[in-house]
Design a protein around this ligand. Sequence first.
Ligand SMILES: NC(=O)c1ccc[n+]([C@@H]2O[C@H](COP(=O)([O-])OP(=O)(O)OC[C@H]3O[C@@H](n4cnc5c(N)ncnc54)[C@H](OP(=O)(O)O)[C@@H]3O)[C@@H](O)[C@H]2O)c1
Length: 269
Amino acid sequence: LPVNVNANSEKPVALVTGANRGIGFEVSRQIAARGYRVLMTARDDTKGQKAARILINEGYDVVFYQLDVQRLDEQKVVNDLRFYIDQNLGRVDALINNAGVFLDPSKARGGSPSVFDSKLALIRQTMDINVYGPLVLTQLVMPYMRRQHHGRIVNVSSGMGQMSEMGSGYPAYRLSKVSLNALTKIVATEVEQDFHEPDILCNTVCPGWVQTDMGGAGATIPVTQGAEMIVWLATLPKNAGRDPRLVSSIGAKKAINGLFMRGKKVLSW
Ligand SMILES: NC(=O)c1ccc[n+]([C@@H]2O[C@H](COP(=O)([O-])OP(=O)(O)OC[C@H]3O[C@@H](n4cnc5c(N)ncnc54)[C@H](OP(=O)(O)O)[C@@H]3O)[C@@H](O)[C@H]2O)c1
């Protein structure tokens, strides 16, 4: 596998995107509290450094790396991140694809959310950030996970990407989250059936309507709670994903893999 190990973190390592604020910041804090070293990433260097400093001052083991997930189509950006991980961490135990944008116009902001008014450039940008970034990061971390036969990928999705509840408007965001859910299922199935890696798990989560900048004024769920399910999946202990009692407790059938979840319960796609 194409991984050079020059440095090995003794602790498990979790990579979080969009870690400077909102759910990503809280997820970083909660995962660090579970004894992980967290690789916090953010597109803005200053904001990311500041966020990491807060958690360091709280006593947590976090490091910061500047990463704009929209730039993961550039091979240099991918290579630089891999080099950083090899030099400084040597492993990735969990990937949390949290960074996301909601760019569709809304009536509240004086625009139209209708699919008939949507602009392709905005849909493409949303797909780059919400789907293709996570896809490339999944490709990047998989060799580390396969080497230790263990790994957790958590994609932060939304009920707006639930096919069975699909409604009107906001096509960029909706399409991106439907695609992220599909990506989750594709990855989970390949890892299980082609790689035969029963302890590498890939799941997607709707955090609910969470009190962050994206959630806005009406959001009902505190960010600490919105982060919980993501953290639970990201830090599931070794082999727990196929523990029959745990599997049935969340309403799953075979394994905690390839699932769409909200609040510790399986959601329909
Ligand atoms: N809040 C909710 O009610 C809710 C509901 C369902 C799903 N979600 C999902 O939860 C995730 C986190 O959302 P949130 O509520 O915490 O939103 P938020 O407060 O708006 O934070 C979004 C985060 O994503 C980062 N980001 C955006 N574009 C990026 C890029 N190109 N590269 C790297 N980072 C980028 C932002 O960085 P900057 O600070 O640089 O902008 C920020 O850190 C998203 O995937 C969202 O779709 C949220």
